[in-house]
Design a protein around this ligand. Structure first.
Ligand code: BES
Ligand code: MG
Ligand code: ZN
Length: 493
């Protein structure tokens, strides 16, 4: 745990405080630290320091002349600064510093000069604060030794206090939601199963503007939701559908349905998975966790958008009651599914959630699913596959991805791929051949979406799981998708 304490001016502090002034320095073509990029600091530093800066490649620290407890920390920006640079930098910074003093002040003196990298100063500061939150995240509730509560004082000198307050409020709401998402993802399968997932979500939204309804197995039977029921029938932990509903006080500008895959553990079922890294399948409910996180941040920031969250929660287990290859199932829209591989369970469980979401006539449906390894093979770990029946919506999400660095890349769902899910026994088969595995999964889902509703399917199998490309996506599950969709919703608001 940690406390971040923000200020827009530099406070007088007791002597035992350690102060670090962080100066981001840009170099010109000739590798000279250029004066106009950081007027404040370059006017105030010595010739020796400037010479060092010109030689230095990445960063260095030096004590200030006045105060023993104060250091200047010079960080040379890389040639290309992207939208993730500061988020990543501060996440790494905090991780390094997490064992140090409880009385650390970091001071970020001048900000306006970085306008060339970001459209708005506010968003740049937001990414810095996000980085600080990310750096402090840990999932240590099951460790006997927990990290201690520390204070970190952060001074942004380039902002006025109102401006800073607004950014801090917004960013902490977002990051608390992301941390909630991540906590759910990291929870092990023996603790988190469909009913306990439903309870965690219910508890989180008590006394809020979000209504949570849970369909138990009897209710699922009544509603003929046999896709979800079949996937869960091998486990004593019965499946649940979890519905979240946020309705703003005024008339909403849009109604958005968010659908999440909530497989609380995916063994593969009868088509069982190999043992290697199977533990990661505790995070196969990432889609569900992302939906819950987005609903939270949208409701807390009082977005003027109605949001319907629909989560299909089940545990995919092999047992004498488990569904089997060859089984034929009728989903709640009447379509029949032949099971070819019980490990392609996500799409089967999502069928009924997509039918339900469609029946509520939203303006847009977005589903989130750790659906296929094939998508990770195609795009790598850090990006989600985007599939859609709507070009405009795809482009909007693409640009939200570029802005937030929760990035997505579109893959096709042309009808040429329909034959991949052809079944001789039923309307559709749950698994295609090896090639185009992420696409045939998306094409399967398409069968359960009302074609008149703009729909996006995000295959988040890659970026949900821990990976090591940067300072904040390992060792824990990442919360990918919350930042992305919050940005998208804000743009509609
Ligand atoms: N949950 C997995 C997909 C997955 C893989 C998520 C890696 C996160 C990391 C999904 O249920 C699955 O098992 N998919 C199969 C589909 C196959 C049987 C057609 C896969 O990708 O191998
Ligand atoms: Mg599976
Ligand atoms: Zn799965």
């Amino acid at each position: 745990m940690f406390n971040l304490i923000f200020d827009s001016s530099s406070k007088k502090r007791k002597e035992d405080f350690l102060v670090e002034n962080i100066y981001f320095i840009k170099k010109d073509e000739n590798k000279k630290a250029s004066i106009e990029t950081n007027e404040f600091v370059l006017k105030n530093i010595s010739k020796q320091t400037l010479a060092k800066l010109n030689r230095c490649e990445t960063e260095f620290r030096e004590q200030t002349s006045g105060n023993l407890n104060e250091t200047n920390h010079f960080v040379i920006l890389p040639k290309k600064v992207n939208q993730d640079y500061f988020r990543n930098y501060f996440a790494g910074y905090v991780k390094q510093k997490s064992l140090a003093s409880d009385k650390l002040v970091i001071r970020i003196p001048e900000l306006k000069i970085f306008g060339e990298y970001f459209n708005s100063l506010e968003y740049m500061v937001q990414t810095m604060i996000e980085g600080l939150f990310y750096g402090y995240y840990s999932f240590d509730k099951y460790k006997s030794e927990k990290s201690v509560n520390k204070n970190l004082y952060v001074e942004f000198l380039g902002l006025d206090s109102q401006q800073l307050k607004k950014i801090v409020t917004k960013t902490s709401t977002l990051m608390n939601a992301i941390n909630f998402t991540r906590d759910l993802q990291n929870e092990p399968g023996n603790v988190l199963f469909p009913q306990s997932l439903a309870e965690s979500i219910k508890q989180r939204f008590t006394n809020t503007k979000v209504k949570v309804t849970v369909f138990n197995d009897a209710e699922l039977k009544k509603r003929k939701m046999n896709g979800l029921l079949s996937v869960g029938q091998g486990s004593i932990n019965k499946p649940r559908m979890i519905i979240l509903h946020y309705k703003p006080a005024q008339k909403a500008v849009k109604k958005i349905a968010l659908v999440g895959k909530g497989i609380t553990f995916d063994t593969g079922g009868i088509s069982i998975k190999p043992a290697d890294r199977m533990w990661e399948m505790k995070g196969d409910m990432s889609g569900a966790a992302v939906v819950a996180g987005i609903v939270e941040v949208a409701a807390k920031s009082k977005l003027n958008i109605e949001i319907l969250g629909v989560i299909s929660a089940a545990e995919n287990m092999p047992s004498s009651t488990a569904y089997k290859p060859g089984d034929i199932i009728k989903a709640s829209n009447g379509k029949t599914i032949e099971i070819d591989n019980t490990d392609a369970e996500g799409r089967v469980a999502l069928s009924d959630a997509l039918v339900y979401a469609s029946s509520q006539s939203p303006d847009v449906i977005i589903d989130f699913a750790t659906l296929t390894g094939a998508c990770v093979v195609a795009l790598g770990e850090f990006v989600a596959g985007l599939f859609s029946n709507n070009d405009m919506l795809s482009e909007q999400l693409y640009s939200s991805g570029q802005r937030t660095f929760d990035r997505v890349w579109r893959l096709p769902i042309w009808d040429d791929y329909n034959s991949l899910n052809h079944s001789d026994f039923a309307d559709v088969k749950n698994c295609g051949p090896r090639w185009g595995g992420a696409i045939s999964a998306a094409k399967f889902l398409e069968n359960f979406v009302n074609p008149n509703i703009p729909w996006v399917h995000l295959d988040i199998a890659g970026p949900s799981s821990p990976y090591k490309f940067n300072n904040y996506t390992s060792p824990y599950f990442t919360g990918f998708g919350v930042r992305l969709i919050y940005d998208f919703l804000e743009s509609l608001n």
